[in-house]
Design a protein around this ligand. Sequence first.
Ligand SMILES: [Zn+2]
Length: 97
Amino acid sequence: MSRIIFWLALVFLVIFAIRSKIREAQKRHQQQFRQSQQPPAPTPAPGYKARAATQAANDAEVMLQCAHCGVFYPASETVQANGRDYCSAAHAALPSA
Ligand SMILES: [Zn+2]
């Protein structure tokens, strides 16, 4: 009798394992199906990379070097003194070496 119970339990376990595997595969298949249904990403027009590069160059700000400490900083933050560019008012106020 215990043998029959053992084999029944084994059969149930195998069936359960197979069903969970099938469900997993179905989920994966549905995800792939959904991803394939999404509209494809818009294809960039020719010359897209070149245009992106020029746009990045236009967006980039001119960098200046501080006459005192030598650090590079955006030109919009410059502090001019004695015809020289400085990174901060503190460096502009310091006597130039
Ligand atoms: Zn400085």
